[in-house]
Design a protein around this ligand. Structure first.
Ligand SMILES: O=P(O)(O)OC[C@@H](O)[C@@H](O)c1c[nH]c2ccccc12
Length: 275
């Protein structure tokens, strides 16, 4: 059984359990139900930001423990101060060590778009995302049928949440081109082999219709790759491990964005004359 199937099987049980413990009536009392979400689409396009969606990931099935005791407060604030466009917070506990509390903490300390990174298979999880203060949800094409993906995307839109749809290949992309999706993310990580290659993003880029913001996800650790991906039309870059492996992820994020700025300036600055 592949890892995604394992995760989805567990997620079904987890969601049923949570529905009993925290009924939607209770979730709907959260103050976040009345607030307006912050738009990831807008933030990604802001010229003063890097386009980087910086992720908080404590552990993963491919790497095991990455930074299990990370401070959400310090990291999330530091990521945004470093110039990230948005935050992504894993809320899956079983496989990634994240919790809803992690996202709530990030929300408490930051005014910026926050992506709830989880495996969404049920409307209940969208209400939950709203109740903890998320602005964007992830829908993974490999985890859903096109019909189900459309239903969940429309449900999210009815709560003013934005939708990032994740695809791995042409087929997933082409069977899910729908209006209720705002951003399309190409995952560079093969979920079966865990191999990462940004060539996956580059291959799929021309097939993504203009109206979607293009996000390249996973395996990015070199600022030069961001420049390359930008040249192929990507505006958003989802990065986790490269920062999280560091004891101070926010510092790694700062250094990375600094390097990226220098690279970008280098390509536009006129050559200095030697006096
Ligand atoms: O840590 P990386 O290689 O920089 O990748 C970040 C992010 O793309 C990855 O965590 C991710 C992409 N899609 C997901 C779906 C669920 C959980 C995690 C993910």
């Amino acid at each position: 059984m592949h890892i995604l199937d394992k995760i989805l099987l567990h997620k079904q049980k987890e969601v049923e359990e949570r529905k009993g413990l925290f009924p939607t009536k209770l979730l709907e009392q959260s103050t976040y139900f009345t607030g307006k979400p912050v738009s990831l689409k807008k933030y990604i396009l802001r010229p003063d930001k890097s386009g980087i969606i910086a992720e908080i990931k404590r552990k993963s099935p491919s790497k095991g423990n990455i930074n299990p005791y990370v401070s959400i407060e310090k990291t999330s604030i530091g990521y945004m101060q470093a110039g990230a466009s948005a935050l992504s917070v894993l809320t899956d506990y079983e496989f990634f060590g994240g919790t809803n509390e992690d996202l709530k903490t990030a929300r408490k300390f930051n005014f910026c778009p926050i992506l709830r990174k989880d495996f969404i298979i049920d409307e209940y999880q969208i209400i939950e995302a709203k109740s903890i203060g998320a602005d964007v949800i992830l829908l993974i094409a490999a985890a859903l049928t096109p019909e189900r993906l459309k239903q969940l995307a429309e449900f999210a839109k009815s709560f003013d949440l934005e939708v990032l749809m994740e695809v791995h290949n042409e087929e997933e992309l082409q069977s899910n081109i729908i209006e209720s999706v705002d951003l399309i993310g190409v995952n560079n990580r093969n979920l079966k082999t865990f191999e990462v290659s940004i060539e996956n993003s580059i291959r799929l880029a021309p097939l993504i219709p203009e109206q979607y913001i293009k996000v390249s996800e996973s395996g990015i650790s070199d600022p030069q790759k961001i420049v390359e991906l930008s040249n192929h039309g990507f505006q958003g870059f989802l990065m986790g491990e490269h920062f999280m492996h560091h004891s101070r992820p926010e510092k790694a994020c700062y250094d990375f964005i600094h390097e990226l700025k220098v690279l970008k300036q280098g390509s536009t600055k006129p050559v200095e004359t030697i006096k």
